[in-house]
Design a binder for this molecule. Structure first.
Ligand code: IPE
Ligand code: IPE
Ligand code: MG
Ligand code: MG
Length: 314
């Protein structure tokens, strides 16, 4: 049986999981308990898997590699908690969200707690370039989420969409791949790893935005069909709006109308339209870019795993 990309770093991932159990600050039980529950509820651990694959490919020592990998998953978890609060989402990874189980205040503080923990882990790597990149990434993610929250984006353009997903999602994938190269002090590898990570992240968010239309919440562990209902215009909607300017529901939505059934109707139309396949094509273009960036790394098990991983996004 062939090994999956995650199997190749399975043992390393266990070391990373162990670090994610070493909660560094004393804090009252309900917040820490709900964090532990969310971390234990699964998640694909994609960001640490990427950083471990690059780290092993570039022969990075264990300690800083595990610290970096744990910090990436912890940042990711913080952004999910805050994202679910902003979205009013009831479930994540198949369990009730922190904001719905405790309170909005607890969710803000739980996310902050994780950001602080992640910063501490990034600093523990002892690499100033990693800490600098990490700080820039936090800024980008928050900028992307603020952009998403504050955009009256019924008329969101393709360029605005790309900017938003680059910040909120691709930036963290970028540092996940680039960080190990910074630890290895290999600047040529860092540029190519960053390009792979960024393109991976763009494709990944587009795939998530497609799944919001086509997916089943039993599989994804989060509610489906919510983006447009909450007024969030993502790639499938942008492409549908472009190709159906004559659809009266499109004009009504863009004019800011929110009569009963309008958004649900549009979700159904988009789901059944060519916009879904066209969105997949767009994701595949990012995947091709990632594969190109990978081509100059030494061949072998880890590069093969990175090829398989990015190719499996769509
Ligand atoms: C969800 O990320 C947020 C997006 C960037 C779309 P993941 O799909 O990696 O979430 P988990 O960690 O597996 O739950
Ligand atoms: C990803 O965007 C969220 C972050 C990067 C913080 P989404 O809002 O699409 O993620 P889901 O669908 O809630 O997981
Ligand atoms: Mg969300
Ligand atoms: Mg989503």
């Amino acid at each position: 049986m062939d090994l999956t990309p995650v199997d190749i770093v399975r043992k390393d991932l266990q070391s990373v999981e162990a670090r994610m159990k070493e909660v560094p600050f004393p804090s009252p039980a309900p917040v820490v308990e709900s964090l532990e529950r969310l971390l234990a509820a699964g998640g694909k651990r994609l960001r640490p898997a990427l950083s471990l694959l690059f780290g092993r490919m570039l022969s990075v020592p264990d300690d800083p590699l595990f610290q970096l990998s744990a910090s990436l998953e912890i940042v990711h978890t913080a952004t999910l908690i805050h994202d679910d609060l902003v979205d009013g989402a009831p479930v994540r990874r198949g369990i009730p969200t922190v904001s719905s189980r405790l309170s909005a205040g607890a969710a803000v503080l739980a996310g902050d707690f994780l950001f602080a923990w992640a910063a501490r882990l990034a600093a523990a790597t002892g690499s100033i370039p990693v800490v600098q990149k990490f700080a820039g990434t936090l800024g980008a993610i928050i900028d992307g989420e603020i952009r998403q929250m504050s955009s009256a984006d019924m008329d969101c353009t393709l360029a605005e969409y790309e900017h938003r997903i680059q910040s909120k999602t691709a930036a963290l994938f970028e540092v996940s791949c680039m960080g190990p190269a910074l630890l290895a002090e290999d600047s040529a590898a860092a540029d190519r790893a960053a390009e792979y990570g960024r393109s991976f992240g763009m494709a990944f968010q587009i795939a998530d935005d497609i799944l919001d239309y086509t997916g089943d919440s039993a599989d994804t562990g989060k509610p489906a069909g919510q983006d447009l209902r909450q007024g969030l215009v993502t790639l499938p909607a942008i492409l549908y709006f472009q190709s159906h300017p004559e659809d009266p529901d499109v004009s009504a939505f863009r004019a800011g109308k929110n009569e009963t059934g309008l958004r649900a109707r549009l979700v159904d139309k988009i789901r059944l339209s060519d916009a879904i396949e066209e969105s997949r094509r767009c994701a595949r273009r990012h995947i091709d870019r990632a594969l190109e960036a990978l081509a100059s790394f030494p061949g072998g098990l880890h590069r093969k795993a990175l090829e398989v991983l990015v190719s499996s996004i769509v």
